[in-house]
Design a protein around this ligand. Structure first.
Ligand code: NAP
Ligand code: GCO
Length: 267
């Protein structure tokens, strides 16, 4: 049993999780540290990054923090070089940083659309390009893109986000195709609806104390009958970052409590 579990270890690996000052990225970075990796995270707000550093330390995780806007190629190149000096070549990249704008499509400006695409799709391209040379030189690497239900489904007001996450699914498959021969695996994780700051507006209780209609809707569309928690993503994230998944490539692992396979509970 021990040998099988060893294949899930991240001992000796350098992992970079983007946008990990809180939320899903924070939980994944913490889990990677506990799985033995030397972990680097970034954020683009100095105050939130400093708070995250203290929180990681409070939880006993030695996580290095880097101020970097993932949409800025020069900042990304500088960050990856500094991580190389501090921790070593990046073995595992999780493209987690993301944003969403919930605006009806005909009311959304092209610049608002581009802003979402920039963070959710162009940045994973920039980040992956920055770490791939080091992975190729080392002869192995793992890139994990945080996709979404919106990589498969649409809904009102999230046109830019769905376009980005749909593109991220295909970028995942393309990186897998282009670099699989270099022993680099690129897969996605598609979280369902997870309780984080990003989805907080969809869960706010109504003035009368009743559940938000969207909260009720998501629970009726989820066989698990609940929102996901950030911790629900850590096992899949460790699996895809470890040697246990060395023959898994170009896949999106949906961690959604069953949403994508379910027609929905009768009201
Ligand atoms: P979140 O709570 O909004 O956190 C997003 C993180 O990304 C924050 O740390 C944020 O830092 C950082 N970030 C945003 N723009 C950045 C930039 N330009 N450069 C560097 N960091 C940046 O989001 P979340 O719910 O944890 O989601 C994390 C990822 O999972 C996102 O890609 C999201 O699309 C995806 N996802 C979320 C859900 C869900 O239900 N929550 C489901 C499926 C997929 P700042 O606050 O400093 O900007
Ligand atoms: C929304 C939500 C979703 C989640 C997630 C679902 O407005 O529909 O924010 O997009 O963030 O991506 O997987």
């Amino acid at each position: 049993m021990e040998d099988i579990l060893k294949s899930f270890s991240l001992e000796g690996k350098v992992a970079l999780v983007t946008g990990a000052t809180y939320g899903i990225g924070f939980e994944i970075a913490l889990a990677y540290s506990r799985a033995g990796a030397r972990v680097a995270v970034n954020g683009h707000n100095e105050e939130r990054l400093a708070h995250a550093r203290e929180e990681y330390l409070r939880l006993g995780a030695d996580v290095r923090t880097y101020l970097c806007d993932v949409t800025d190629e020069n900042q990304v190149a500088g960050m990856v070089a500094k991580i190389g000096e501090d921790l070593g070549t990046v073995d595992i990249l999780v493209n987690n940083a993301g944003m969403i704008k919930r605006i009806p499509m005909c009311e959304m400006s092209a610049s608002e659309f581009r802003e979402v695409i920039d963070v959710d799709l162009t940045a994973p391209f920039i980040m992956s390009k920055a770490v791939l040379p080091g992975m190729i030189e080392k002869g192995h690497g793992k890139i994990i893109n945080i996709c979404s239900m919106m990589s498969e489904l649409g809904r009102e007001t999230v046109s830019a986000y769905a376009a980005a996450k749909g593109g991220l699914k295909m970028l995942t498959k393309n990186i897998a195709s282009e670099f699989g021969g270099k022993n680099i695996q690129c897969n996605g994780i598609g979280p369902g609806y997870i309780a984080t700051q990003q989805t907080a507006p969809l869960r706010e209780p109504q003035p009368d104390g009743s559940k938000h209609p969207f909260d009720q809707f998501i629970c009726s569309r989820t066989p698990a009958n609940r929102w996901g928690e950030t911790k629900d993503l850590t096992g899949p994230a460790i699996f895809l970052a470890s040697d246990a998944s060395n023959f898994v490539n170009g896949q999106i692992l949906y961690v959604d409590g069953g949403i994508l396979g379910y027609i929905g509970r009768q009201p």
